[in-house]
Design a protein around this ligand. Sequence first.
Ligand code: HEC
Ligand code: HEC
Length: 295
Amino acid sequence: MSTFWSVFIIVLVVGQVVGALWLLQAFTRAPRAPQADTTGHTWDGDLKEYNNPLPRWWLVLFWLTALWLVVYLLLYPGLGSFQGLRGWSQQNQYAEEVAAAQARYGDVYAAFADLPLAELADNPEAVRLGRNLFLNRCATCHGSDARGARGFPNLTDDAWLWGSAPETIQATITNGRVGVMPALGAALGEQGLNEVVAYLLSLSGRGAADPAAVQAGQQKFLQYCSACHGPQAQGNQMLGAPNLTDDDWLHGSSEEAIRDVILNGRQNQMPAQKDFLTADQIRTLVAYVLSLQQG
Ligand code: HEC
Ligand code: HEC
């Protein structure tokens, strides 16, 4: 928060508190002796309102509330960028709760620390814990059944961007991945784009494309695409470049969708989990992801 806004907020808060107290003060200065004065309002001809002071206990409540507010503002953040004497913040509280949960549940996951990754998938307890974590942290993107959605890979099939070896899946979850498909529309030009798309459709057995276009497309593919997708378009898991010969499409299978990926490129990110989950928790996630393959 900049100094200006900090001061602005402090002035606003203090001003309101002082204003409220002044109001309280001013209106309780009314004469103590009852019936000494009326508010001057008259209803129905002769009905008058006496200007009696608030009952004392009520007044005391107001002053206590004000006192509580002052104590609160001293202890907790509320006055601009002043942190409060207790140093409380939502982030600290969250960190403390996470640490407490870690201390309490840490052992549950630690039980699997010595089992080889590949064997974990056969351990029902590890898979169960992994599934719970998955529903919490992964289902928003990959779906609660792990079947993915457009742009988010299906984890239950055998098409892998980065690879299905247990250690590879562990690395994917721990460190995250960024799949970068460059925008190649400008390099290919309109005609080149059509030819490459014709070639790709022919690879997955679709489209009655003109053989000359397919052939020209293949040439373009070797020139612009094979470095990442491989000369046979089978993909390269070192780069997360998908196999383009199967009928599994991450970004949509329609001709339009395929054309759009090549024209505009894609940057697709799997977020790293190492700052949120312990290594042992990630191991149970690997177990769960591997177990999906057996199903
Ligand atoms: C914010 C969305 C998001 C969340 C949350 C997320 N993922 Fe992903 N995940 C992705 C995307 C996007 C990719 C594909 C990255 C790419 O295109 O290279 C991916 C890729 C993967 C892959 C690699 C798939 C392959 O084909 O190689 C695995 C395994 C995976 N995620 C598991 C997980 C697990 C386990 C979690 C929970 C801890 C998780 N993901 C949470 C978006 C997400
Ligand atoms: C720098 C490496 C690189 C080059 C060069 C490259 N690609 Fe890609 N391509 C990728 C990656 C990585 C992805 C996956 C993007 C993601 O993770 O979302 C991808 C995705 C795609 C997809 C989407 C696949 C799907 O399952 O939805 C198509 C289609 C595609 N590329 C075609 C091409 C064509 C055609 C060329 C050449 C004109 C090309 N790519 C050049 C790396 C590359």
